[in-house]
Design a protein around this ligand. Structure first.
Ligand SMILES: Nc1nc2c(c(=O)[nH]1)N[C@H]1C(S)=C(S)[C@@H](COP(=O)(O)OP(=O)(O)OC[C@H]3O[C@@H](n4cnc5c(=O)[nH]c(N)nc54)[C@H](O)[C@@H]3O)O[C@H]1N2
Ligand SMILES: Nc1nc2c(c(=O)[nH]1)N[C@H]1C(S)=C(S)[C@@H](COP(=O)(O)OP(=O)(O)OC[C@H]3O[C@@H](n4cnc5c(=O)[nH]c(N)nc54)[C@H](O)[C@@H]3O)O[C@H]1N2
Ligand SMILES: [Mo]
Length: 761
């Protein structure tokens, strides 16, 4: 691949999250993307009640927004979409796909927005412009010749509720529910774990809960880079004296201190708010052990309280009334032994005691978490262990308390809500049957791992991507890229060129769509769409900017056009009418989910969005036993593999200058890395023990015995404040190292936060 010409610079950064650094970072990207002044004015409408929902993360949008309800990352995402750079048919005349495969992820996307529908021409190894109708006829025609169960319709988490509902319905009417989405690589451990434990697949809390908690347990989420708007409620919580206890192998800057870039006084005086009141650098995969240690203290103190007649530490009334499996769990807590807890967590007993003390004296506690819990072999156990800990003190279903997973893509949670799921139990089978008069498939569909297997073994014949960069986001980049050509049909609906697009199938189309910030004119006039945020609030979003090209179509229009050609006529569905007026799609969503989407069209622009409700938040448990379920983890080690001399746990990480596989630039400000992404973060003692020196280039190889050799070279050794035995490198570059089968049990999320590797000097 093309190399960057800037010389890499590695220098610790000591600024806070937010602050002047975030301002400088915008001053860098806005001119680079040549965003026009009128488009720039759109930033002020970001995440406002009558504005557009940010295309970056899924964090909640408050009812009373700040003057600028966006962050550095949201502004970058907006600039990236509103860029004036274009990737036109002339570009593809100049560059073959073989040549473009030598470009970096940054160079591909930075070239600008796609402007025309394109077909891959194998003769010339180039994309050529086509008519939309020709593309739709060919796609529908090919799908008709394929066994529906051999087709996969992937979604990346950004498309609106309206587009997503149509997409999932099209899949089921066609005859499959192979509807994986990026959630499969992300919070599926949440969807599986929370559903089992509390009967809801999503978090139970809302933004207001930040005002009612008195402590926050914060596991494995890098707020400063990945959900910076959450820094505002966190800071407000800190100002109220809320204790924030962080568990993270790395000292992430956003969890340490924050200067509010919207507060002139803070900016001028360089005032900072300390975020974490305790910071525990747990080993990667060490959270089950850390939480077990906390539970052990609670049980011990509760025993003492019982003996001395002091107020109880466990919420016995809650446990009796609401929980199932309490005794087995408490027995497991009693029998867990300290040396194992300390070894597995990498934390000392006294440190865990500090965390437990705060937890034991707090009335209402939020359990916030991200990929640091979900992306492990025992990712579901991680999530369930956090629920165990919350249940012990009744911290679910009361103000200021509850599990708070921080979702990724701006509508990833919503896509699951409206039917993009491979799991029958999450699909509204009966309603679909009643409304549309067909028998929806009930055989479990393919998730992302099963899709990868199917592409490698040739059993998947067609792939449609509604956004995303599947090939780059999944594991085993090498074998996956080699296998992609076996697909009979490969269709990507996208805004920008990415690496997945450079791997054609036998018939290949690249369809450019409108972004959410752009005006979407249909037969009935300009359209609005909606999305669901991390706390289950549904928001309307209206794009106003001129489309990047007159040839773009909206996602609903593209889906409607394919569906109309693919499916036999159905008197209950008028795809054209839906595309002409999205409020009709919303009516259909409301008819399918009357409780969650009541008065949908009326309420979607309500400030702060409308809450779709959550039974567990009302302490109604839709689980097998009808109660909240405790769960005994079968191991204290979430990594799923044993320690061995020379074997490291590699965490694959996001920088502060990327959105997933979209690389905005080469400056991970908080971690002090500039001009490169080819780095390996390593503990100084491990570095010495391995005989390595700072700045040296090394390779990693995967330590899994499956006959495949996986290697990533050219990484610069960076001594870093990281626990012994753990390493950090950037995703997606490091995905070559992850075997497809290295994934979470049950949820099949790729285990990207503890990959067994060895260092090759
Ligand atoms: N700007 C920006 N915003 C984003 C994204 C982006 O790429 N860029 N991506 C979006 C998406 S799709 C998602 S899913 C989210 C992802 O947001 P996060 O959930 O923050 O995901 P990661 O950046 O992968 O980092 C996870 C954090 O977990 C820590 N960690 C790693 N292993 C462990 C462990 O074993 N235990 C604990 N306790 N911590 C661990 C890492 O040090 C890191 O701080 O962000 C969304 N928002
Ligand atoms: N090793 C490792 N692997 C990981 C992760 C990790 O932490 N470590 N994280 C995982 C996670 S959490 C996730 S969510 C996945 C992400 O996987 P994906 O969601 O598949 O990937 P993205 O990089 O978000 O997709 C970017 C592309 O989306 C397209 N796009 C952008 N906006 C739009 C739009 O409005 N409409 C359409 N149709 N297309 C658009 C653009 O063409 C862009 O190139 O990666 C996963 N993979
Ligand atoms: Mo994600």
């Amino acid at each position: 691949m093309k190399q960057r010409d800037d010389a890499p610079e590695i220098e610790p950064y000591d600024g806070p999250a937010g602050g002047w650094g975030s301002v400088r970072s915008l001053a860098d990207i806005l001119p680079r993307e040549r965003v026009s002044p009128s488009a720039l004015a759109e930033l002020a409408r970001q995440n406002k009640p009558d504005g557009f929902a940010c295309v970056s993360c899924a964090w909640s949008k408050p009812a009373n927004p700040l003057p600028f309800e966006f962050c550095e990352e949201g502004a970058k995402a907006t600039a990236w979409e509103l860029t004036s750079h274009r990737t036109t048919p002339e570009f593809f005349q100049k560059h073959s796909l073989s040549e473009l495969r030598g470009w970096t992820d940054y160079e591909l996307e930075q070239h600008g927005r796609l402007t025309h529908p394109l077909r891959y021409d194998p003769q010339t190894d180039r994309y050529v412009a086509v008519d939309w109708d020709e593309a739709f006829d060919a796609i529908a025609g090919t799908l008709k010749m394929i066994e529906p169960k051999a087709a996969v319709f992937y979604a990346s988490g950004r498309a609106s509720l309206e587009a997503s509902y149509m997409y999932a319905l099209m899949g089921r009417l066609y005859g499959h529910q192979n509807l994986p989405d990026s959630s499969n690589m992300c919070h599926e451990s949440t969807s599986v774990g929370l559903k089992q434990a509390i009967g809801e697949p999503v978090g139970t809390t809302q933004l207001e809960d930040f005002q009612h908690c008195d402590a926050i347990l914060f596991f494995g989420q890098n707020v400063g880079s990945n959900a910076p708007r959450m820094l505002h409620p966190l800071r407000d919580a800190r100002k109220r004296g809320v204790e924030i206890i962080v568990f993270n192998p790395l000292r992430e800057r956003g969890l340490e201190r924050f200067t509010d870039p919207q507060n002139p006084r803070e900016m001028i005086t360089r005032d900072e708010t300390q975020i974490a009141t305790q910071y525990h650098q747990v080993r990667a995969g060490g959270d089950i052990a850390a939480m077990m240690g906390m539970a052990k203290f609670l049980v011990e103190w509760d025993d003492a309280a019982k003996a001395s007649g002091e107020p109880r530490v466990l919420d016995q009334a809650f446990l009796d009334q609401h929980c199932h499996g309490v005794d087995a769990f408490i027995a497991a807590v009693r029998s867990a032994d300290w040396p194992a807890i300390e070894h597995e967590s990498g934390l000392e007993k006294w440190a865990i005691e500090q965390a437990a003390r705060v937890y034991a004296r707090s009335r209402a506690v939020l359990g916030i978490y991200g990929m640091g819990l979900t992306q492990h072999v025992k990712g579901v156990d991680n999530v369930r262990m956090l629920v165990n800990l919350l249940l012990l003190r009744g911290n679910i279903g009361k103000p200021g308390a509850g599990p708070t997973p921080v979702r990724g893509h701006s509508n990833v949670q919503g896509q699951r809500t409206v039917g993009i799921t491979e799991k029958t139990e999450l699909a509204p089978v009966d309603k679909l049957k009643e409304l549309y008069g067909f028998d929806p498939p009930t055989e479990k569909g393919l998730d992302t791992i099963e899709t990868c297997r199917g592409i490698v073994d040739g059993s998947v014949h067609a792939f449609i991507g509604l956004g995303g960069n599947f090939l780059r986001a999944v594991a085993d980049t090498g074998p996956m890229e080699a296998a992609w050509g076996k697909l009979r049909l490969s269709v990507q609906i996208a805004t920008k060129l990415n690496r997945n697009h450079l791997f054609p199938g036998q018939i290949t189309y690249l369809l450019p769509c409108l972004g959410r910030i752009e005006r979407d004119d249909q037969a009935s006039g300009p359209q609005a769409v909606s999305t669901e945020d991390s706390t289950s609030c549904i928001h309307g979003s209206r794009g106003r900017v001129d489309p990047a090209s007159p040839h773009l179509m909206s996602e609903p229009a593209i889906i409607g056009a394919i569906a109309k050609r693919l499916l036999p006529p159905n008197p209950a569905i008028d795809w054209d009418a839906w595309v002409a007026d999205y409020s009709k799609v919303r009516d259909a969503i409301e008819a399918t989910y009357p409780e969650k989407f009541r008065d949908y069209n009326k309420r979607m622009f309500q400030p702060g969005g409308f809450w779709k409700g959550n039974k567990a938040a009302e302490r109604i448990w839709q689980t097998e036993s009808g109660k909240a379920e405790f769960h005994v983890p079968d191991s204290l080690n979430a990594a799923g593999f044993d320690d061995d001399p020379g074997r490291f746990r590699l965490m694959t990480l996001r920088s502060n200058d990327q959105f997933n596989t979209t690389i905005y630039g080469y400056h991970d400000r908080f971690r002090g890395v500039k001009g490169t992404r080819e780095v390996l973060f390593i503990n100084r003692q491990d570095m010495a023990e391995q005989g390595l020196s700072e700045g040296q280039r090394v390779a990693l190889s995967t330590d899994v015995n499956d006959g495949v050799s996986r290697r990533l070279g050219g990484l610069i050794v960076v001594p870093y404040d990281i626990p012994r035995g753990c390493l950090g490198a950037y995703y997606p570059e490091a995905n070559v190292l992850i075997p497809i089968e290295h994934h979470a049990e049950q949820s099949h999320v790729l285990a990207a936060k503890s990959v067994p590797v060895r260092i090759v000097a």
